[in-house]
Write a protein that binds this ligand. Structure first.
Ligand SMILES: Cc1ncc(C[n+]2csc(CCOP(=O)(O)OP(=O)(O)O)c2C)c(N)n1
Length: 673
């Protein structure tokens, strides 16, 4: 940890308040240096934080956090806030297990007002806080910091619709850098560009208000009166902004890297007696040339060399494999459309966007719209594929039910980042999508364990299935499957001797961990085999295979409502006679850590499989030791073999693979935050 003249001595925002404007500028330089140094080692969201350095310094100079409450939208840009609110000493633990979170967490600091991670919610939350203050007669301010990318999410407008007339002490900072993760999209992005490029009137207005506000006692009243008069005059001459039409006092646009100007503007905003929309223009990646030049790449980045910007090279990931498959499928099928909610790059759709621009749709951070839009595309005869992170799909429950499945429309969800995601933690884990879709009638869910299986699942989703079909896959690369495992791409595979008394049921990458556990279990006298589910909903009929066995279901997902529970109910209803135990995430949220550590903590790695089964098996009774040689994997039924031939793009994923899953899991997950 470097020793900085000012930053090292900031214990709380009170220390920021003691600094004069020149010192604040030096503090901002020190913060930038610290951000680059730390994030280059921990990975994280760099460009967005570099863009809000001056804003955050000014906010803590002007407002009294934690009494005044700052709500950060998404929260990925809250690192500077952390540095100024007593977390400098721990900053090198950012995103590490037991260290600081990459987002705001009320249990981490009293200065973090709201859990964050998902976009476009800060305005609603801040309005709630401001309203509570109003009811309690408190005079504290509530500030929401919302990016222009977040303004493509519909909840922002729902909040504005309610905030505009609320007469609360709400100040919204509209942080406009013209970027979401990639270039911002849509008609509103164009509209904001128009507002942004026509600053003359607003600058004048801000300056006049600032001067008047400095007159003690009467300043605020006069300012408000002049504001009303000016608004009337302005409306005669200029078009008003959408914000003013919705009842906000609009201020700006202001250059967001000028601390004195920001302080003045924030003081001006405090003077209003209605909600304020303060529009600031910032540069994503400000002050670090590489990030300014490549803001999308430096939005979320793994470890890198701060001098060159270079990252460790990593093996191909599921997102890229999905993107490649969809390009090849769409080359032969003009009905295929790809939809993303501002995650085109991260979900692997960049090649599709280049090749088929008329069939590629980045709808902004608007997952609900994306689902219903897909439903419309489907109704119009297209085959839409919505690529989305598991955790961001959570907000689309009703769109899937009402606009998709209820109407029996054929649409495909490519669910990326399913399972544990590592350093992004609680808000980003993909542990709920299965339980969510499992509860919706007439949906189909596939859970491949390799790139080849994933391609096959998409092939089936496109051409064999009806209605809503989801294909879910992990973040990062495929991990190694046993080299004696051969799939015939059916609804399930069996690995090992299915006459053994212990049956492991699982799906996705957990299969690789379970497979690696078989030998050790056998050494302990526990002979087990695996039923590897490929389609997890509707469940394939495996009753005869598992009946009378001791069944252990390992599920990298939420236990409540998951597939393990479904299978247990299913078996019970059919007179199942064996023992049935589940290992899954049981009714809790999972903190940030390396993926391998998360898997370990929840007993879902090889060690966990061995441990759980050993502890719950009476070895004496279950003794059924056979020669390892005779432990042949039975050839799965051949009824699906034809499928294999039909699917042209499949390749065997298991060629030359050795089973060393544990060692490559984190490497596999390191790339692409
Ligand atoms: C619901 C949801 N969808 C997608 C994301 C992924 N995401 C994180 S930040 C971001 C872009 C946000 O842009 P903006 O609000 O302008 O902030 P900036 O990073 O530009 O400061 C996106 C799409 C998310 N966090 N939440």
């Amino acid at each position: 940890m470097d020793d900085y003249k000012y930053l090292s001595n900031i214990q709380s925002p009170d220390d920021v308040k003691k600094l004069n404007k020149d010192e604040l500028n030096i503090l901002a330089d020190e913060i930038r240096k610290e951000l680059i140094t730390t994030v280059s080692k921990t990975g994280g969201h760099l460009a967005s934080n570099l863009g809000v350095v001056e804003l955050t310094v000014a906010l803590h100079k002007v407002f009294n956090s934690p009494n005044d409450k700052i709500v950060w939208d998404v929260g990925h840009q809250s690192y500077v806030h952390k540095l100024l609110t007593g977390r400098f000493e721990e900053f090198d633990t950012l995103r590490q297990e037991h260290g600081l979170s990459g987002f705001t967490r009320p249990d981490e600091s009293e200065h973090d007002i709201f859990f964050s991670g998902h976009s476009s919610v800060a305005l609603s939350a801040a309005l709630g806080v401001a309203t509570a203050n109003k009811i309690k007669g408190k005079n504290d301010y509530t500030i929401a910091v919302v990016g222009d990318g977040a303004f493509t999410g519909g909840e922002v407008y729902e909040a504005m619709n309610n905030a505009g007339k609320s007469k609360t002490k709400l100040i919204v900072i509209f942080n406009d850098n013209n970027m979401s993760i990639s270039q911002n999209v849509g008609a509103l992005a164009k509209y904001f560009a128009k507002v942004r490029s026509n600053p003359r009137y607003f600058r004048l207005k801000a300056r006049t208000e600032k001067i008047i506000n400095y007159i003690p006692f009467v300043g605020v009243k006069i300012s408000n009166a002049i504001f009303r008069l000016k608004t009337k005059i302005k409306n005669l001459i200029y078009n008003s902004t959408i914000f003013e039409d919705l009842g906000f006092r609009y201020m700006g646009p202001i250059y967001g890297h000028d601390i004195p100007a920001l302080i003045d503007a924030l003081e001006g905003a405090k003077a209003a007696n209605i909600p304020v929309m303060l529009h600031i223009k910032t540069v994503k990646g400000k002050g670090y040339t590489l990030a300014e030049q490549h803001p999308s790449e430096f939005h979320g980045i793994s470890q890198f060399d701060p001098d060159t910007g270079e990252r460790k090279s990593s093996s191909p990931d599921y997102s890229a494999a999905f993107g490649d498959y969809l390009v090849s499928a769409a080359s032969n099928d003009k009905r295929i459309c790809a939809v993303t909610a501002a995650m085109g790059l991260s979900t692997g759709l960049n090649k599709f966007a280049e090749k088929f621009p008329s069939r590629f749709f980045d709808v902004g951070i608007a997952e609900q719209h994306a689902v219903t839009f897909c439903a419309g595309l489907s109704r119009g005869g297209m085959v839409p594929v919505f690529a989305v992170y598991s955790s961001f799909l959570q907000r689309t429950y009703d769109q899937i039910v009402h606009d998709g499945t209820l109407q029996r429309l054929h649409m495909i969800l490519a669910i990326d980042r399913a399972g544990f995601v590592g350093a992004d933690g609680e808000t980003h884990n993909g542990l709920l999508d299965v339980a969510m879709l499992n509860s919706i009638p007439e949906t189909t869910i596939y859970a491949p364990a390799s790139f080849a299986e994933m391609r096959n699942c998409f092939y089936k989703a496109l051409y064999k299935e009806k209605g809503l079909v989801a294909v879910r896959y992990n973040r990062g690369s495929e991990i190694m499957l046993p080299n004696d495992f051969v799939t015939l791409f059916g609804d399930y595979d069996i690995y090992g001797n299915d006459e053994h008394p212990v049956c492991i049921v699982t799906y996705g990458r957990t299969f690789a961990f379970a497979a690696a556990a078989l030998k050790d279990l056998s050494k302990k006298g526990i002979n087990a085999f695996i039923v590897k589910l490929n389609r997890i909903k509707p469940l394939p009929d495996i009753f005869d295979i598992v009946n009378s066995k001791s069944v252990f279901f390992f599920e990298e997902g939420q236990k409540l409502g998951g597939i393990a529970e479904t299978l247990s109910a299913n078996l019970l209803e059919n007179g199942f006679k064996g023992k049935y135990l589940i290992k899954a995430v049981d009714d809790e949220f999972v903190m940030h850590a390396e993926v391998s550590s998360q898997l370990h903590a929840y007993g879902l790695d090889t060690e966990g499989v061995i441990d759980f089964i050993s502890k719950n098996t009476n070895i004496e009774k279950k003794m059924d030791i056979e020669d390892e040689e005779s432990d042949q994997t039975p050839i799965p039924e051949t009824e699906n073999a034809i499928e294999k031939l039909l699917c042209s793009i499949n390749s065997n994923p298991n060629d030359a693979l050795d089973i060393d899953v544990e060692s490559n899991i984190d490497e596999a997950n390191e790339k692409n935050i």
